[in-house]
Design a protein around this ligand. Structure first.
Ligand code: FEO
Length: 170
């Protein structure tokens, strides 16, 4: 049985993951409006990935006989900057999420909650990937600079991002 303290922290993380989805969907809407269809698509796929993260926490809460409590999700920003600034904001957000995951790992250790500690290892690895992906986009956009042809090509490439596949239940 999961402790009340851990249950509350996991419920809070469901909300953080849903906010992540909300944030990326808003970035997608902004990019679509600006005619950056490839980045809009990439952000759409990222939104789906965040929904998978939220679901993974939610399912774990139900599995451990806890009560999933869904709470208010704040509104994301609606205006963003250049593609470079958008991915910089995405990286900043992922670093924040990583910090939250690490805090959950610390809490699981403190509470000797081995099952939750084990479940969280998937997210520790996932966050390495999330930050690396955003950093890679920033590197590319720094190289592109103000070159419209290169930006056009970058946007086209991002259109090929496939839909994320939910992880196999552990
Ligand atoms: Fe769910 Fe992008 O971290």
């Amino acid at each position: 049985m999961i402790s009340d303290k851990m249950l509350s922290a996991l419920n809070e993380q469901v909300r953080e993951e849903l906010y992540s989805a909300y944030l990326y969907q808003s970035m997608s809407a902004f990019c679509d409006f600006k005619g950056l269809k490839g980045i809009a698509h990439w952000m759409d796929m990222q939104t789906k990935e965040e929904m998978i993260h939220a679901r993974k926490f939610y399912d774990y809460i139900l599995e451990t006989s806890g009560m999933a409590k869904l709470d208010t999700i704040k509104a994301p920003p609606h205006k963003f900057g250049t593609p470079l600034e958008i991915f910089q904001e995405a990286l900043k957000h992922e670093e924040y999420i990583t910090k939250r995951i690490y805090d959950l790992v610390d809490l699981a250790t403190e509470l000797k909650d081995h099952a939750t500690f084990n479940m969280l290892q998937w997210f520790v690895n996932e966050q390495v990937e999330e930050e690396a992906t955003a950093s890679e986009m920033i590197d590319k956009l720094n190289l592109i600079g103000d070159h419209p042809g290169a930006m056009f090509q970058f946007d086209k490439e991002l259109m090929t991002r496939p839909a994320p596949v939910p992880p196999v239940a552990q």
